[in-house]
Design a protein around this ligand. Sequence first.
Ligand SMILES: Nc1nc2c(c(=O)[nH]1)N[C@@H](CN(C=O)c1ccc(C(=O)N[C@@H](CCC(=O)O)C(=O)O)cc1)CN2
Length: 286
Amino acid sequence: MSADIIKGKELAHKLKEEMSKEVLFLKEQGLVPHLTVILIGDNPASKSYVNGKKKASGETGISSDVIEMGVSTSEKELLKKIQELNNDQSVHGILVQLPLPKHIDEQHVIEAISPAKDVDGFHPINIGRMITGKDTFLPCTPSGILTMLKSYDVTIEGKHAVIIGRSNIVGKPVGQLLLNENATVTYCHSKTTKLIDFTSKADILIVAVGRPNAIREEHIKEGAAVIDVGINRLEDGSLTGDVDFDAVFEKASYISPVPRGVGPMTITMLLQNTIKAAKGLSKSER
Ligand SMILES: Nc1nc2c(c(=O)[nH]1)N[C@@H](CN(C=O)c1ccc(C(=O)N[C@@H](CCC(=O)O)C(=O)O)cc1)CN2
């Protein structure tokens, strides 16, 4: 057996084409969706993701701007800027690129963004709405993963989904979204003993470990769907995921590659959330 490759980049391209049509329609009604991204400091990876967001917005017709603030920006200054954007009617979506410098409390920043403009879907109000299955802004990487699985007709209901990783931005919410789709969900993390006992029983395996080749052929159940969320930069500058792609490809039914898998879908889901914010679907939270 060899796996079907879940081509996130292709799917992202298709979804962006559909979104462009919707944005054009909104523009005809006088509504131009606008995303503001705040970038603190000069982390090269963050800069590159922010550029990716700006480029993808432009391709879809969404207007965007990037506010660059120095690495020594204080938490107070950042919160003030967010407050200004919350009050600016021309801004529909606000995103603060993570990670932040250590002297800024990430949670304070996330909670300062108006839930109605929280296109990252990280605000506790939006997380609560997601948990209770209400319409909301879903966190982008998790909703990208769900979109990938559904687009490739991977059955979720009744399946055993194993998540490796428990971060607030990927692990925890992707497990919740899979649970909302009636999967049976197991979380594994750095303190899990005998990881293989869990991964080898997974029909759907979501890997967000942060280490190349952490998941190999022996970890996988025959026919599993494997989604690799890892982004590891190798010494030669190339990018690799957390899964030994070539070996797992032979045993799985579906596998997502790195690059061109989950990453492009993260950005596409952000655009979807920005359109949703512009249309005011979460008006009640304004
Ligand atoms: N505020 C946020 N910060 C961060 C998030 C997030 O969702 N919101 N996620 C990650 C980084 N990220 C988006 O911000 C992101 C990571 C990777 C990609 C991507 O398209 N990757 C490409 C490869 C790009 C390359 O060559 O470097 C791929 O996988 O094909 C997009 C977005 C942390 N911060």
